[in-house]
Design a binder for this molecule. Structure first.
Ligand SMILES: [Cu+2]
Length: 118
C-alpha cells in the first residue's frame, strides 16, 4: 500500500519533469531570426566624433565610421559602461572606441578615448 503510493508519486514526478523538459525543447524559433543574434558577442573598433553625452543615462551619441563586423557608418546613440570616460569627454571630441554587439540590438561601448585631431 505504502509502496504503491510512493511509486505513484515517483511516476507523477517523472512525468512532470518529462513534461517540463519537453516544453523547453518545443519552443518554436521566431519566424524572423534576422534581428536575433544568439551567438557570441561581436566586437569591433571604430573612430568618430561625439555628438551628445548623457552621463545620467550613460549614453553617448557618436557620428562614426564603419565598425568592422559590428556596424556601418552612422550617427547613433550607444550605452557606454565607462562612466569615467563619459565624464571626461566633450561634445565635438574625436574618439576611438570599442563597440560590442551583445545581440538583440544590445550595443555597448566598452572603451572610448579622445584622440587628437591630426
Ligand atoms: Cu548603428
Amino acid at each position: 500500500m505504502n509502496n504503491t503510493r510512493n511509486l505513484t508519486i515517483l511516476i507523477l514526478g517523472a512525468l512532470l519533469i518529462a513534461a517540463c523538459s519537453k516544453q523547453d525543447r518545443v519552443q518554436p524559433p521566431a519566424a524572423d531570426t534576422s534581428n536575433i543574434s544568439a551567438g557570441p558577442v561581436k566586437e569591433g573598433s571604430g573612430k568618430g566624433i561625439v555628438r551628445a553625452i548623457d552621463t545620467g543615462a550613460r549614453t553617448i551619441t557618436l557620428d562614426h565610421g564603419t565598425i568592422p563586423n559590428v556596424m556601418d557608418a552612422m550617427t547613433m546613440e550607444y550605452y557606454c559602461d565607462q562612466p569615467k570616460s563619459l565624464r571626461e569627454l566633450k561634445v565635438g571630441d574625436s574618439v576611438a572606441f570599442t563597440l560590442q554587439d551583445r545581440g538583440e540590438g544590445n550595443f555597448v561601448v566598452t572603451r572610448i578615448t579622445s584622440i587628437a585631431k591630426l
